[in-house]
Design a protein around this ligand. Structure first.
Ligand code: ADP
Ligand code: MG
Length: 890
């Protein structure tokens, strides 16, 4: 993790001042740096920001800058006018930056005073140069108190503020998952978590998060509760489902404190927090999300070849962020899903409307962040114009959408804001506040008057020049000005004798003399006053307009969410049309039927029509005879992994409200999606891969419910064949008998096909074999694969023919030895005997394993993993009844 280290060489400032080589400037530097140990100090020195010592070494490495020296101190510098680019890059590396400016003008004699005027951190940066348009910029905080953990995160640029909580014992599952979901740029923690192994392990996987620790007393629930009430202007936090002892309160309050300190604003636009519970969303751990390549691919972490890529049809930054969030938080509530679907469908059925809306959306800027800038008093006049143009575009779209339930806000407010900006602000105003050129003529009569004086300068001066010309008779008399001496009258040497007595000589040049007059001085004073007044008045008027708009911050943020919603549904419609997707039937059943389903990403990258669609029909309904467990065998490269993932992705797409890549689909909502991939695919993570595989499998077995969807791809591959097979077998039994959830299990252990259970279906990938030519048809069919075609794949890969021949011989002999060992199907419904036959060692003996999951064990397991604190009395009674029933057979 990017943790800033103490970058000052040990020793106090006093000690250093005694050292002979330290200049007064270095002493000043070190004393300021002492106050900013956790930041990289940008120390302003003329036209540069300089860094010294360890800061210089680190920054020169990160930004590839030349490292020089000042005295004995390592130093590197950045030109002040390009500073934002460098800051942006350091923020991306998870660094915090303190900007130290010169206060007062350097006089060359004494040391210029310097002060840190701003601290910029990855999670609190406000300038658009430091932000990514398409994703949120979250600052997060995690606090563990009294056995519970609160996790809160906020994007101050958009005011998105969320929190959730879990029991401390569930830290392992939840911390990584939440971190992965919100991808914070910066994380704040109490010091007591510095030694928490689970947290530290997660943070090591997320090196780019800026992490900092604060003394534990900062995380006080009671104070935080008051802090939140003040922020939200409410007497209590009931409407956010929080009370004083809610675990979410301490981290949420601390985030606000921290923001106040770093941004020096109380973020008035942050007026609420969303507390979410996992049950609202499909639960997915981070490794499932990664394996399914939802928002980023496994290879290089970009969104290329991810599901997000297929859906990247949003037009606005707000829409892009919302699309990402939808993918990370699929819904479980059928009504909400159907509501989204209906809006997507509306666009699909009305392409003219879709095109119109998307075209206009292309002109809408980031209203959400603009509103944040207005509220935090950062917006300049160009921002207001951007806001106006965006609102006007949005109003145009609203004319078409307001009848269809996309909007709830009052559009007259948007009209008023847009009119206010149009009437008051110039079309192309200055961005600085102290240069004028902001306010339109006609907005203020006072300003118009100052401008009139100012604009008439030429006329007044010309009139005066004419006057003096006439009275003096000097025809080439001119009034000129320059920035150094202001206005003056210039008269050539030849006319020196005609100069009237009221002319005061200011400067004699070779060919001409420069004069002033009392009248000219007076005109000059008026002009200067008018310019000053114009700037002052424009600034005051601008601030007035801005604060009027700031009163509507909530409205603007709500509108931004409406824009994002319309943009995302339009994008989903666009994707559906482009890729030929259909609206799935989503309900509360436990069905999962897909006809002609496709993998959205694989299909996208294959030439049109080459992807082979496949069906699936499983159901976890209690009274159904349909299978809920599909066991898929087939050679490598046959398309197993693709088939598995495509079905998980279809479930996920359905539950974000999207159409799905299929001819027809019926999806009963799932509460969790798990996607496990056998160890060798996870090598990049460098852990003991088999241990990871088993930890992840254990997690599924502990947390899956009847409504979950489990994808297991070659689980058990990371160990020896016998171990792997036995584990795969036992895990399958547990899924079939104890969890009863929808499962697709791909394996190369053919022995597993002898599992026998009424709700298990054997599936395999069709392969055609003609004249020794093997073709993978990529079509799923019922039954077990007969041949693993491993030798065929080896030959495709170019192994020498002699090796291939020898391999075939060995295979033949293995097959013949195994004849007697091969039993018939093993019925595993509540039976736990395993017979393995085809592996060399077990050829001779049939191994009978002890009962792996007896009813007692299942009950015991459940007792150990259930949480009485989290249960209603009714649920507890139901549980006991169920346990009794399952043990009563004994
Ligand atoms: P397996 O897991 O059986 O080894 P994969 O799912 O990794 O096989 O697929 C192997 C290759 O086949 C992939 O590169 C993929 O592009 C292609 N493929 C898989 N399924 C299909 C399909 N249904 N239609 C067309 N190509 C497919
Ligand atoms: Mg595979």
């Amino acid at each position: 993790m990017a943790r800033s280290k103490d970058t000052i060489v040990a020793g106090t400032v006093q000690n250093r001042s005694e050292s002979a080589e330290l200049t007064p400037m270095m002493i000043q530097y070190l004393s300021i740096k002492d106050q900013h140990k956790d930041e990289i100090l940008f120390y302003r020195l003329g036209d540069f920001y300089e860094m010294f010592n360890n800061d210089a070494i680190e920054v020169s490495r990160l930004l590839n800058l030349t490292l020089t020296h000042r005295g004995s101190a390592p130093m590197c510098g950045i030109p002040f006018h390009a500073v934002k680019i460098y800051i942006a890059r350091l923020l991306r590396c998870g660094k915090r930056i303190a900007i130290c400016e010169q206060i007062g003008e350097p006089n060359g004699k004494t040391l210029t005073e310097r002060k840190v005027i701003e601290v910029i951190t990855p999670g609190t940066a406000l300038e658009s140069e430091y932000l990514e348009g398409g994703s949120n910029n979250f600052l997060a905080c995690v606090v563990a108190q009294k056995g519970k953990v609160g996790f809160a995160y906020i994007d101050v640029t958009t005011s998105d503020f969320f929190a959730t909580s879990w029991y401390e014992k569930d830290m392992e599952e939840n911390f990584a998952k939440e971190l992965d979901r919100c991808h914070p740029r910066e994380l704040l923690l109490p010091q007591n978590l510095e030694k928490n192994e689970i947290i530290q392990a997660s943070l090591e996987q997320n090196e780019r998060i800026a992490v900092s620790y604060y003394p534990d007393w900062n995380f006080d629930s009671a104070l935080s509760y008051k802090r939140l009430c003040t922020q939200f202007k409410t007497a209590n936090l009931q409407s956010f489902s929080l009370n004083e002892s809610s675990p979410e309160v301490a981290p949420a309050g601390f985030l606000l404190d921290y923001l106040q300190k770093t941004t020096t604003s109380n973020s008035p636009h942050v007026t609420g927090i969303k507390i979410y519970r996992d049950s609202q969303f499909v639960i997915m751990d981070d490794s499932s999300r990664r394996n399914l390549e939802i928002v980023q691919n496994l290879r290089d972490g970009t969104s290329q070849f991810s599901l997000l890529e297929c859906l990247s049809h949003t037009q606005t930054a707000m829409g892009k962020r919302m699309m990402r969030n939808w993918l990370l938080y699929p819904l479980t509530n059928v009504e909400e899903i159907q509501n989204r679907q209906s809006h997507v469908e509306l666009f699909v059925n009305n392409r003219n409307l879709l095109e119109y809306v998307r075209e206009i959306f292309a002109d809408i800027l980031d209203v959400e962040r603009l509103a944040g800038r207005v509220a935090m008093e950062r917006a300049h006049a160009k921002d207001l114009q951007a806001l106006r143009l965006s609102l006007e575009s949005w109003l145009k779209v609203r004319e078409q959408l307001d009848d269809f339930g996309f909007t709830q806000t009052d559009k007259t407010i948007a009209q008023n804001i847009s009119k206010l900006i149009f009437d008051s602000i110039l079309e192309d105003p200055a961005t600085a506040l102290d240069e004028g050129r902001i306010i339109k003529g006609g907005w203020s009569s006072e300003l118009d008057e100052y401008r009139r004086i100012h604009d008439n300068v030429n006329k007044i001066l010309e009139d005066y020049a004419e006057e003096e010309k006439a009275s003096s008779g000097i025809a080439n008399l001119r009034i000129r000005s320059n920035s150094l001496s202001g206005y003056y009258i210039e008269i050539t040497r030849g006319k020196a004798s005609q100069v009237p007595p009221h002319f005061i000589l200011r400067r004699a040049l070779t060919n001409a003399d420069r004069y002033t007059t009392p009248r000219l001085q007076e005109i000059e004073k008026q002009i200067n006053e008018a310019s000053l007044k114009i700037i002052e008045t424009e600034k005051a008027l601008f601030l007035e307009v801005r604060s009027k708009i700031a009163e509507q911050t909530n409205y603007l943020l709500q509108s931004a969410k409406e824009i994002a919603y319309a943009d995302v549904t339009a994008a989903l419609a666009n994707a559906a049309i482009l890729h030929g997707w259909v609206k799935p039937l989503v309900d509360n059943s436990k069905e999962f039927t897909v006809r002609s389903g496709r993998h959205p990403v694989v299909e996208l990258h294959l030439p049109g029509g080459e992807f082979v669609p496949n069906d699936i029909e499983i159901s976890a309904e209690n009274d159904s005879y349909q299978p809920y467990f599909g066991l898929i065998t087939g050679p490598n490269m046959a398309g197993k992994s693709t088939y598995l993932r495509q079905n998980a992705l279809i479930a996920l797409l359905a539950q974000i409200g999207s159409f799905v890549p299929a001819r027809e689909a019926h999806i009963g909502v799932v509460d969790r999606i798990f996607c496990r991939v056998g160890a060798s695919d996870n090598l990049a993570r460098g852990e003991s891969t088999f241990l990871v595989e088993m930890t992840e499998t254990a997690y599924i077995l502990r947390t899956a419910t009847e409504k979950s969807f489990v994808i297991m791809d070659e689980v058990g591959r990371g160990t020896s064949t016998e171990d792997g097979l036995s584990i795969a077998w036992a895990v399958s039994e547990y899924l079939l008998n104890a969890l009863k959830c929808k499962t697709l299990f791909a394996t190369h252990y053919h022995e597993l096909t002898r599992l026998n259970h009424p709700r298990l279906q054997l599936l395999c990938m069709e392969v055609s074999e003609e004249n020794d030519k093997v073709t993978f048809l990529r079509k799923i069919k019922v039954g077990a694969s007969e041949n693993s075609y491993g030798i065929h794949v080896a030959s495709l890969a170019g192994l020498p023919q002699s090796v291939i021949r020898r391999a075939n011989e060995i295979l033949q002999s293995l097959h013949s030895t195994s004849q007697d060992g091969t039993g018939t199907g093993v019925n595993v419904e509540n039976v736990v005997t395993v017979q393995t036959a085809e592996t060399e060692k077990t050829l001779q003996k049939s191994v009978t394993m002890p009962g792996l999951f007896s009813d007692e064990e299942l009950v015991l397991d459940e007792i150990l993993s259930c949480d009485p604190d989290d249960m209603t009395p009714r649920q507890a009674l139901d549980l006991i009844a169920r346990w009794k029933k399952s043990l009563s057979g004994r």
